[in-house]
Design a protein around this ligand. Structure first.
Ligand SMILES: [Zn+2]
Length: 502
């Protein structure tokens, strides 16, 4: 057994959460649930990144204080994660002075004391949307690539973090394997971009802004005119909740754990470069893994208000009666980890009908109804009628390698093969023990489908297992062999697993 600390990027609550937030949390949740199932001890953290100029400006526009704005909006994120059945253990908020600030202030002081921070006068092109200074090569036709807006020219004093001096260190760190203390970008193809940034020469990073432009943030220690800006504040969330650099360090979840950050491709470079460099400068272990996901389009196009194709997570939940599993299933099945994906209403409805309602729901119902006619008693499990085969081996390999789409596909494949098996063997034409034993084998195969789906569609798995008269296990230990549930003698009541769509 090992110990896993997994966290997502913290979300910027200047507006309500969107599908990208949902996708990232579902991805991290599938990983966290898989870690627990394979027997690891897990801490799973999500949260909100509550400071900065965008929040400050949005609050001004709405006539509320920044604190009021983030208090109101952080709830929207928390609510969505609960509706999506995200099994997080801790929700961090960076405006929390008691939990988050102490580590951040110490991080700053330590970096400053060791000469990693330097105050400089600076003129630069600043994109408010990105909250960062841009260099000419970051821009396209003079515009920010993300926001299609020309950045503002800003001249001011900033504290800078000397990232430029960490190129060699970072190159080595990112080239090493995790078992040798390296920091791995998953999937591999996402790491190329990071190395190319290093090759181009790393710029120093602005770590503060004058209070006159940014007042909503952590004050810089020993410099009353400056407020921390982005990195030292938000990246530090991963260790502030563990009390690092204070007298309450909980080393169990960092020094003695495998650390995975689940983030979007747009912030890879900050997590792959700024963050480990900062940690190394203050003598803290670097994370083990950066799991990078792509972006989600809608009906094949970038989601935007002007196109009118923005999909709101709540709409999707509502479509399926509040059940998060169709969306969880869709994103896991349709979007390979690391790649960009597309959300399509037509596709999610088709997938729901064919895979969940038909292949899975109807199969379960047929098996249970036929067994109920035989008084619900199970017969002999016998040996695997080549339904399971080496699927568990493949499943574990895929899940451990973060090829989660392959994991969920194996569960789907097993359900499909069960349907072929029932059509071929026609248990309704059989009699007595022969009939009961065949149905018992199908019930057993359905147990395996439910277990394989546990990280992806936990609510559905629990409902399948309940109908089979079983409970969802905490771990898979001793559960993956054919006929592993020795005391399982009968099935429960058949219920509709997925209602038809209106
Ligand atoms: Zn921008």
């Amino acid at each position: 057994m090992s110990r896993q600390y997994i966290n997502t990027a913290i979300d910027y609550p200047n507006a309500a959460p969107h599908m990208g937030h949902a996708m990232e949390k579902i991805l991290a949740d599938v990983c966290a649930r898989w870690f627990r199932l394979r027997g690891d001890e897990v801490r799973f953290q999500v949260g909100t990144d509550e400071h900065g100029i965008k929040i400050q400006r949005t609050a001004e526009k709405e006539g509320v204080t920044p604190q009021e704005l983030v208090d109101r909006n952080a709830v929207l994120f928390k609510d969505l994660f609960d509706k999506l059945n995200i099994s997080y253990d801790f929700f961090v908020r960076t405006s929390n002075k008691k939990i988050h600030y102490p580590t951040v202030l110490e991080m700053w002081k330590k970096l400053a004391k060791d000469g990693w921070l330097e105050k400089r006068s600076y003129t630069g092109l600043y994109c408010v949307g990105c909250e960062e200074f841009k260099t000419k090569r970051d821009l396209e036709d003079g515009m920010c690539v993300n926001h299609k807006k020309a950045p503002e020219e800003v001249k001011e004093e900033n504290w800078f973090f000397r990232l430029s001096d960490r190129s060699d260190y970072l190159k080595e760190l990112l080239s090493k394997k995790p078992e040798d203390g390296g920091y791995k970008v998953v999937p591999e193809f996402r790491s190329k971009e990071v190395f190319s940034f290093i090759e181009q020469g790393l710029p120093d990073v602005s770590f503060s802004r004058p209070k006159s432009t940014l007042y909503w943030g952590v004050p810089v220690p020993d410099d009353k005119d400056q407020v921390m800006y982005v990195w030292c504040d938000n990246l530090t969330n991963y260790i502030s909740t563990l009390g690092y650099l204070t007298d309450k360090e909980d080393k169990k979840w960092w020094d003695d754990a495998e650390v995975t950050h689940v983030i979007g491709k747009d912030i890879t470079r900050f997590h792959a470069l700024n963050w480990p460099a900062m940690l190394d400068c203050v003598g803290i272990k670097t994370p083990d893994r950066l799991l990078v996901h792509g972006f989600l389009t809608s009906e094949g196009e970038k989601m935007s208000k002007s196109t009118g194709n923005v999909v709101v997570p709540d709409e999707v939940l509502e479509k399926f009666g509040g059940d998060p599993d169709p969306l969880r299933f869709y994103l896991s099945h349709e979007v390979p980890v690391g790649r960009d994906g597309d959300f399509s209403w037509d596709r999610i409805e088709k997938l729901y009908d064919s895979k969940l309602r038909n292949d899975l729901g109807n199969l379960l119902n047929r098996v249970l109804v036929l067994l109920k006619k035989e008084r619900g008693k199970l017969g002999d499990f016998g040996s695997d009628p080549k339904l399971l085969g080496d699927k568990w081996k493949k499943y574990q390999e895929s899940m451990n390698a973060f090829r989660l789409e392959d994991g969920v596909s194996l569960a789907v494949e097993l359900a499909t093969e069960c349907n072929q098996f029932i059509d071929k063997n026609k248990p309704w034409e059989l009699k007595g023990d022969e009939k009961i034993n065949l149905l018992t084998q199908l019930a057993e195969a359905l147990r395996h489908v439910a277990l394989m789906l546990l990280p992806f569609t936990p609510g559905t798995s629990e409902r399948i297992l309940k109908q089979l008269d079983l409970k969802a296990p905490a771990t898979l230990e001793g559960k993956t062999d054919w006929g592993a549930e020795k005391s399982w003698k009968k099935v429960g009541e058949a219920e509709i697993l997925f209602e038809p769509l209106e």
